[in-house]
Design a protein around this ligand. Structure first.
Ligand code: FES
Length: 119
């Protein structure tokens, strides 16, 4: 993981994440799940399901959503909100792909460790 002076953190190659899979970015206060969809879009959300904290990174990715492996809640990767009749949400973090590398907003790490002053 490389912290760039642009406010983005290089967390690895896009090809290191399988399509419809995820990888984890560990922070002092928890994990961020970085997902790759079948059409190569990338999303980063908190890895704790809003239901009972299930590991969303181990869920099944379909479209731009992930199904939690514990009780099958469906969470939007775009908004972090539970879909259907379920209610709850997880934090979403800015992420982008440049030159085949995934970059996570440095503010995501700051947010994850509780520094809300960072943007
Ligand atoms: S913990 Fe995710 S659906 Fe229950």
């Amino acid at each position: 993981m490389t912290i760039m002076d642009t406010g983005w953190i290089d967390i690895g190659a896009l090809d290191d994440v399988p399509r419809q899979g995820a990888r984890i970015v560990r922070t002092p206060s928890g994990c961020i799940a970085v997902f790759r969809t079948a059409d190569d879009r990338v999303f980063a959300i908190d890895d704790r399901c809003p239901h009972k904290g299930g590991p969303l990174s181990q869920g099944i990715v379909h479209g731009a959503s992930v199904t939690c492996p514990l009780h099958n809640w469906v969470i939007s990767l775009e908004s972090g909100t539970a879909e259907g009749a379920d209610e709850g949400s997880v934090a979403c973090f800015r992420v982008k792909v440049e030159d085949g590398r995934i970059h996570l907003a440095a503010s995501a790490i700051a947010f994850a460790v509780g520094d809300t002053s960072a943007t």
